[in-house]
Write a protein of this length. Structure first.
Length: 58
């Protein structure tokens, strides 16, 4: 039997895709924020969603 190839399965797979349309100003601000922190747009959006949901609990 050959060893398994490829990456191991993720504990939290990201298999849901979300598409959003942004105005130019918001897109520029998001890009500047990401460049400043050295993160991807996806990571910034995940963090924003997380913060919104945490604030909802309060």
């Amino acid at each position: 039997m050959s060893p398994q190839k490829g990456r191991p399965p993720s504990e939290n797979p990201k298999n849901v895709e979300v598409k959003a349309r942004l105005d130019e100003q918001t897109a520029r601000r998001l890009l500047a924020y990401c460049e400043k922190l050295g993160i991807t747009r996806t990571d910034a959006l995940r963090e924003g969603i997380k913060r919104i949901l945490e604030d909802e609990k309060k």
